[in-house]
Ligand binder design. Structure first.
Ligand code: MIC
Ligand code: SF4
Length: 643
């Protein structure tokens, strides 16, 4: 039997299940990562499991999202996570050390290993041939405790890259092109493997840009082979011994093959408000730009930053544009400083921000009202920038610089000659911002430091055989977790305070939802296609749980969010006939009937009492998922001694 690369790694890590697309598999997880916005909750959950030390090969707790510290909340959470890491055997990456995905790639990722992270962009690790998944905090907590990670066995897409990128056309443009072709739901249920002759010209940071943005396709994960390019990267990071050659078998079969001709590719841009709303940069040239942001886990590598510095050298940015640069890690920043590139960036008029997520998650640098912001990031969902009517476009660093210099959207190919930029043979290695855990013998005496912002986990109710509920919200297609549970500077500090967060649930769609749901006591949300795309934040399930949501009925779901709903004890159900969506209205009284028998049959009946309608819903819960729902969520299920 010939295997794809992802299938080979799955086979090596298979704990249970068969590798039949659509069936449930459990994987052994070698490494985990968390970031602070999801980490506090993940560690609270881990703590309840009573495991004395993490049972993975490596677990790292990063602080990179909530670094604004506009009040005591973030600082308290950082101390909590640091003390948890120290006690339970994790490495702790201090604030300022960089964005989790960038640092993990540089310092910890290993080809052929499995990684889950409580962040949807964890597949960045696929850039060096890891099988890396974004997951909810609870799934990460279980993996830290040595439990397996359960997913539906995905189908395989191969993207064949032909030819070679021209100057000013980049890995980001490849990501945008594949989003144009497949859309934000085109990857749901698939792993995307990248191959073809074109990949040999792509450096590891470029490959990581591509696997990072596979999250926007809705893909389970994305992966590149581990080849000589990977070996060079790991060698330059002083980690050549982690290298292992990995590729798919020559006769491996893919469910779908897509070809991209790199010689023909042009600079691309995603227009507001979706990463798949992609056109060529050339087609919207001349649009006035107010703000440009370069950074995020998609485009903040040394390679990206050196190109940016070389293009900015000797130039000043347009007076009407505000430019921010956030290097992805301390390593990147230090190397930019050492080679003088940082001064070229500073001299251009750019504002240099710390090595963190920053503007990408609305932590500062929100655009002016109605402002146009060009960002090298991966998401441009409505309101995510912190400015409700901000218009965010996603671009490559080259296109970002062209706009910063000219004040309008400009095809970077018009910038003249692309200065040549080489990756170093040796990166500057300084792991002093990664704190090692306590000796396991002393760990039991380590005190956990908690602040008053940490509130109890919401209590979940076991699913009963019949549920009466009000339809408290009806939303359309492609609802993101940024709609369900927004982030940004005002709310992000409260990620460990579900009662407070609940006031902002669905704020972008309907400000009155939280009040309405609380009054109803028990409610159902109706959604369209791809409900819950985007972030892995389990808060988008825990907050609705707190507000009394018992089920979400949608045309289809994004993978991580559906898993988070089940973990929280909320049923994700789909319409058997999508046209039934049109028949339901906010305020309808609903009854979900004979749920237990329905779960076994794969069909649950929904009665709309007001309209005297019977609607057939689909569910495809595995036995484990049924047991989780009946237990009242994963935490309770694990508490009953399961894994
Ligand atoms: C994001 O990009 O939306 C985040 C913030 O990194 C999230 C995690 C979170 O909500 O904390 C993600 O992508 O999973
Ligand atoms: Fe951070 Fe943005 Fe990457 Fe999310 S997408 S991890 S907020 S940089």
């Amino acid at each position: 039997m010939e295997y794809t690369l992802a299938q080979k790694i799955i086979k090596e890590h298979l704990v249970s299940g068969t590798m039949e697309p659509g069936s449930e598999i459990a994987l052994k997880i070698d490494q985990t990562l968390t970031q602070d916005a999801t980490g506090t909750m993940a560690y609270l959950e881990f703590e309840t499991m009573g495991v004395p030390q993490v049972r993975t090969e490596l677990s790292v707790a990063y602080i990179d999202h909530n670094t604004l510290q506009s009040g005591f909340e973030n600082a308290d959470d950082h101390r909590f996570i640091q003390s948890m890491a120290y006690k339970y055997g994790l490495r702790f990456s201090r604030p300022g050390n960089g964005i989790c995905h960038q640092v993990h790639l540089e310092r910890f990722g290993v080809p052929g290993k499995t990684l889950i992270g409580s962040d949807s962009h964890t597949p960045t690790g696929g850039g060096i041939g890891m099988l890396a998944f974004g997951a909810g905090g609870l799934d990460v907590a279980v993996a830290m405790g040595g439990g397996a990670y359960y997913i539906t066995m995905p189908k395989m897409i191969k993207v064949e890259l032909k030819g070679k990128l021209r100057p000013f056309v980049t890995a980001k443009d490849i990501s945008l092109e594949i989003l144009r072709i497949l859309s934000v739901k085109g990857g749901v249920g698939y792993i995307v493997e990248w191959g073809g002759e074109g990949i040999k010209y792509l450096t590891v940071p470029e490959r990581a840009t591509i696997t990072n943005m596979g999250a926007e396709l809705g893909a389970t994960t994305s992966i590149f082979p581990s080849d000589e390019v990977t070996r060079e990267f790991l060698k330059a990071e002083g980690r050549e011994d982690s290298w292992r050659e990995l590729s798919s078998d020559p006769g491996a079969v893919y469910d779908r093959v897509v070809e991209i001709d790199l010689d023909e590719l042009k600079p691309m841009i995603a227009c507001p408000h979706s990463p798949d709303n992609v056109v060529t940069v050339e087609s919207i040239e001349g649009t006035k730009v107010d703000q440009v942001c370069i950074g995020s886990c998609t485009n903040s590598s040394l390679y990206d930053m050196l190109k940016v510095a070389a293009l900015l050298k000797g130039k000043t940015i347009d007076p009407s544009v505000s430019l921010s640069i956030s290097p992805g890690s301390k390593q990147v920043l230090a190397m930019l400083a050492d080679c003088g590139a940082l001064s070229d960036i500073i001299a251009s008029g750019a504002r240099v921000l710390e090595c963190a997520c920053g503007p990408c998650i609305g932590m500062g640098f929100s655009p002016n009202s109605g402002g146009v912001s060009l960002r090298t990031f991966n998401r441009n969902f409505e309101g995510r920038s912190g400015t409700r009517d901000g218009r965010v476009y996603l671009v490559s660093p080259e296109t970002a610089v062209a706009a910063a210099i000219n004040g309008v959207i400009t095809d970077p190919m018009k910038l003249g000659e692309m200065p040549s930029v080489e990756l170093p043979l040796k990166y500057k290695i300084d792991d002093s911002a990664v704190i090692l855990p306590a000796d396991p013998d002393e760990a039991k005496d380590v005190e956990i430091l908690r602040g008053p912002n940490i509130k109890a986990f919401p209590d979940s109710k076991p699913i009963t055989d019949e549920i009466n509920a009000e339809l408290t919200l009806k939303v359309g297609d492609n609802i993101t977790t940024d709609h369900i549970m927004p982030a940004g500077a005002k709310i992000l500090p409260y990620r460990s305070n579900i009662p407070y967060l609940s006031n902002f649930c669905f704020e972008v769609c309907d400000k009155d939802f939280p009040e309405r749901a609380k009054n109803a006591g028990s409610s159902v949300i109706i959604g369209g296609e791809n409900y819950g795309q985007g972030s892995s934040r389990e808060h988008a399930a825990l907050v609705p749980l707190y507000l009394g949501v018992r089920a979400v009925v949608a045309k289809s779901f994004a993978r991580i969010h559906a898993a988070n709903l089940i973990n929280a004890g909320i049923m994700p159900l789909t319409f058997s006939d999508p046209s039934d969506y049109d028949k339901l209205e906010q305020g309808d009284e609903l009854v979900l009937k004979d749920i237990f028998a329905g779960m076994d049959k794969g069909n649950i009946k929904l009665v709309d009492v007001n309209k005297d309608l019977d609607i057939d819903l689909k569910c495809a819960f595995t036995d484990r998922q049924k047991a989780i729902l009946k237990a009242g969520g994963l935490l309770k299920y694990v508490g009953q001694g399961n894994n």
